[in-house]
Design a protein around this ligand. Structure first.
Ligand SMILES: [Zn+2]
Length: 490
């Protein structure tokens, strides 16, 4: 009885303490609000008397950037492995944008100086705003000190980007590497390129009439449109598997180096004569004759529909500029055009990024994720501001179709034209392309493929396009290997 009473007394005492604590908390909260309120009033007053004129006197849109640049030091852009890709430094008392990697990330990170491009443009508002401690920011404003803008952390990996850049060497073209399960862009290179550190100095030259054919500022990976050549045989093959699986099963073609029908004839690349070919061999050897014969059996109304599923004639879901790939043939009318189209010539044009996305669908069981390059934004003090999460763009094909295609792609690397893409410690699935772009027989070189270290877990898609590179197998495939070696060798 006594014990219980004592317990009762203690409970009452505890209750009292709690009440006192609550009262203290209320007082604390009141003070916090009061302080915040005073800060707000002070900021309003400060804004009205000191800052407002500069807002009012300037036409809002034209000078908004300049006003923000007066208040914020443009934030940094980092790679996924936390290397600085763009930062702001002081030079002779003035702020200057500095790109430690020079040309290597030129197109995708972009420039800031002659307007903005790339990530500098996409994330302009993040880089010129700040989510640091508000009291500290306010104090800085009062002291007329600039606040440091937020930091953009990308999905790009420096060593993979460097491998792609070095792989292209002096050649013109593009390389793009994507993680198929998420859509993260791991590397994106376009050549010829420019050094964004000197954008103002070189501007007049690179936009001059004389250099217009070079199109230095164009990001060839996402904006360059090229005939797909033999990489399009992936599409022709998929349509055959859809439309006529029995024919796919029994397919046989005797290649004598040239396919002729009426006034039209198409030769196999590099004067090859492939002899007797089943479907897997014809794909692995990239036999033009066999694929023209297949194309002549297909309904091009259906091929057009398939191309629609694959994202031709549609904008790509990118936050940076990208071109629409083009597929125009809707019927089986003109035999010459059907023959050309079946092997990726004719009117068809694709971007390297789009080709990489089609390959991503095969690697990712038919589904394609939206490609993205900004992983997250943090304040310069490390407060998380926003982050990207992977999103599905579309389903391009069924899981079964993706599985079937991967068998053909594997054979093209183990027993076909893509052997130079195979490195050590991972398996590559891919397709070469050698695409004619003029009447003198000059060709662009393609390789598009994916790699995995363990079965059924594709990790990286790579697409390489070399302008006037002549041979997909000899020129583009080894660049792909360098990129994959860098990725898996990390
Ligand atoms: Zn052939």
């Amino acid at each position: 009885m006594k014990r219980r009473q004592r317990y009762g007394e203690r409970a009452v005492a505890e209750e009292g303490k709690k009440k006192r604590l609550s009262n203290q908390e209320i007082v604390l909260v009141t003070y916090v609000f009061l302080i915040l309120f005073l800060i707000m009033i002070a900021f309003l007053a400060y804004f009205m008397y000191k800052k407002a004129p500069s807002y009012v006197n300037n036409p809002y849109n034209a000078n908004r950037q300049a006003i923000l640049e007066e208040r914020y030091t443009r934030g940094d852009i980092l790679s996924a492995d936390r290397q600085v890709l763009a930062t702001t430094v002081e030079e002779d008392g003035a702020e200057k944008r500095y790109y430690p990697y020079g040309e290597i990330f030129a197109h995708i990170v972009g420039y800031n100086g002659r307007g903005t491009s790339g990530i500098e443009q996409m994330e302009n508002s993040s880089l010129l705003s700040s989510h640091n401690n508000p009291v500290e920011m306010f104090t800085n404003e009062l002291l007329e000190k600039k606040n440091k803008g937020d930091m953009v952390v990308t999905t790009l990996l420096t060593d993979v980007q460097e491998a792609a850049f070095d792989g292209l060497g002096e050649m013109k073209g593009a390389v793009v590497a994507i993680e198929p399960s998420t859509g993260k862009i791991i590397a994106m290179v376009s050549k010829p390129c420019f050094d964004p550190n000197y954008i103002s100095e070189i501007w007049d030259e690179i936009v001059s009439e004389e250099h217009s054919s070079e199109a230095v500022l164009v990001n060839r990976a996402s904006q360059g449109l090229y005939p797909p050549g033999s990489t399009f045989k992936i599409v022709t093959l998929l349509e055959l598997l859809r439309e006529n699986p029995a024919m796919a099963e029994e397919f046989s073609y005797n290649c004598e180096g040239v396919y002729t029908e009426g006034q039209w004839s198409i030769k196999c690349a590099h004067d090859a004569e492939h002899g007797e070919q089943n479907l897997s061999e014809a794909f692995a050897n990239s036999c033009n004759g066999a694929f023209v014969a297949i194309g002549r059996q297909l309904s091009f109304r259906n091929v057009y529909r398939l191309c629609d599923d694959l994202g031709f004639n549609s904008p790509l879901p990118t936050a940076f500029p990208s071109s629409r790939s083009r597929f125009t043939l809707k019927d089986d009318g003109d035999i010459g055009t059907v023959m050309q189209t079946s092997i990726g010539q004719g009117e068809t044009l694709v971007t390297p990024l789009h080709m990489a996305l089609i390959m991503s669908a095969i690697a990712n069981k038919g589904k394609v994720m939206e490609p993205y390059v900004v992983d997250h934004v943090v304040s310069s003090q490390g407060n998380q501001v926003s982050s990207s999460s992977p999103r599905q763009w579309r389903r391009m094909m069924s899981e079964e179709e993706a599985d079937q295609l991967s068998d053909y792609l594997r054979a093209a690397v183990t027993d076909g034209t893509g052997s130079a893409a195979q490195g050590e410690g991972y398996n590559v699935y891919g397709k070469t392309g050698t695409a004619e772009f003029n009447s003198s027989g000059d060709t662009h070189a393609w390789f598009v493929g994916y790699a995995e270290r363990t079965a059924n877990t594709p990790e990286l898609v790579v697409c390489v396009l070399v302008e006037n590179g002549q041979s997909g197998g000899d020129i583009a495939a080894p660049i792909c290997r360098k990129v994959m070696d860098a990725y898996f060798g990390r």
